[in-house]
Design a binder for this molecule. Structure first.
Ligand SMILES: C[S@@+](CC[C@H](N)C(=O)[O-])C[C@H]1O[C@@H](n2cnc3c(N)ncnc32)[C@H](O)[C@@H]1O
Length: 378
């Protein structure tokens, strides 16, 4: 199969890809956007380097697999072919691209603002679907921006490309019908709401500090807010100004124990994940299964952290906490609060973005669940 046939075969395999986006994927082939050297990052297998000159077959297989292709690490300070360091630019996984574009579902002639040009592939798909003149895409990184401009020109498309901070949107050309965000967002910048037409749509990957990411579709209302619900699970690299990393802490831990199994907290439901993220927006976590059925969860916020260790050999879970806050105790309370609501799933939660910030709600926008004291009317 040649590259074009492989592209068609990949897009034909993506479930729920509408005819219009399938046609766009056929017309704007992904291989035109992938550099000769990159790092393939499959969702469910270890990553590996790809080098078109050394092994063109593996390169093409990777380009036409449903995997993210990482094109930059550490903002260009490290060699992407090593696959180490923080991923800072990529051509996203085709099925994720399809989910985002599918959620957008534009009408002919819609004007779209894209945040995070990356390789330019999604800007090219939008330009094919809506016309070059209706697409504006913003990229913050100069080297990534330059490469995207070249890739797009090779594909025959010339959307408006802007080098700048997408968190501020692009007022020139606003209001847009739609905003398509392809980097992770912790707090939705209000500028995107202001720059979207009433009834217009903002599709973004909401990536709270706590576990998980959610494709989120907001619609701009007549009162200056945007409201919508959470869709499929996603993972994206963060908007540059909203990146975070765990703090380096020292000092001694306070020792305690718990009966709550931390595996239940992190794996019960994406609904629990949203409730925890809403209750404890500044708490991040990381966990891993270990040998012999053991499981370790770490939590961080500000000057506090907690280490929680489950072992099948003990009835109780070992908990170490330090700093001003007892983060495991707070997490336990947040999880049990979600349990007390009857364990609502992801589809029942939503988000409102207004000039005074973003709010997470259950069932209806009036029912906010932000912070540990708000109790929804159930
Ligand atoms: C996952 S990649 C985008 C994938 C892209 N849509 C494609 O088709 O290749 C995320 C991109 O967002 C960019 N980015 C991060 N923060 C940004 C910001 N504040 N404004 C604009 N771009 C940003 C990164 O530099 C990176 O290139």
């Amino acid at each position: 199969m040649n590259a074009g046939e492989r592209g068609n075969a990949l897009s034909d395999k993506i479930a729920d890809l509408g005819d219009e986006w399938r046609a766009a994927m056929h017309a704007v082939p992904r291989h035109l956007f992938i550099p000769d050297k990159a790092w393939c990052h499959p969702d469910d297998a270890p990553g590996y380097p790809i080098d078109r000159a050394v092994d063109p077959g593996t390169w093409l297989d990777a380009v036409y697999s449903d995997a993210a292709i990482v094109t930059q690490t550490d903002d260009g300070a490290s060699d992407v072919a090593e696959g180490e360091g923080e991923y800072t630019s990529s051509c996203s996984m085709p099925s994720l691209v399809a989910a985002g574009l599918g959620a957008l579902s534009p009408f002919d002639g819609d004007e779209v603002l894209e945040i995070g040009t990356g390789t330019g592939w999604t800007a090219g798909l939008l330009a094919h679907r809506l016309g070059d003149e209706n697409v504006t895409s913003i990229e913050i990184d100069r080297a990534v921006f330059d490469a995207a401009a070249e890739n797009l020109s090779r594909s025959g498309h010339e959307p408006r490309l802007i080098l700048g901070d997408g968190a501020a949107g692009c007022s020139e050309g606003a209001p847009y019908d739609q905003v398509h965000v392809t980097c992770g967002v912790l707090e939705v910048p209000y500028a995107w709401v202001e720059q979207t037409r009433v009834g217009g749509v903002i599709v973004l990957p909401w990536m709270p500090r706590w576990e998980g990411g959610y494709l989120t579709k907001l619609t701009v209302t007549g009162d200056g807010t945007a409201v919508g619900r959470f869709h499929t699970g996603v993972a994206y690299m963060m908007l540059r100004s909203q990146r975070w990393s765990p703090p380096q802490l020292d000092g001694s831990y306070r020792d305690s124990a718990s009966y709550l199994d931390p595996r239940r907290v992190v794996r019960s439901s994406t609904g629990a994940g949203i409730a925890i993220a809403a209750t404890l927006p500044d708490v991040s976590g990381a966990y891993a299964d270990q040998d012999d059925g053991e499981f370790h969860l770490s939590l961080w916020s500000g000057d506090s952290d907690a280490q929680v260790h489950y072992s099948p050999a003990f009835k109780r879970v070992a908990v170490l906490q330090r700093g001003a806050r007892d983060l495991w105790d707070e997490l336990e309370a947040a999880y049990l609060r979600w349990v007390s609501w009857g364990g609502p799933d992801r589809a029942r939660f939503g988000m409102t973005v207004s000039p005074d910030g973003q709010h997470i709600w259950l069932d209806t926008p009036a029912n906010t669940v932000n912070g540990s004291s708000a109790e929804p009317g159930l």
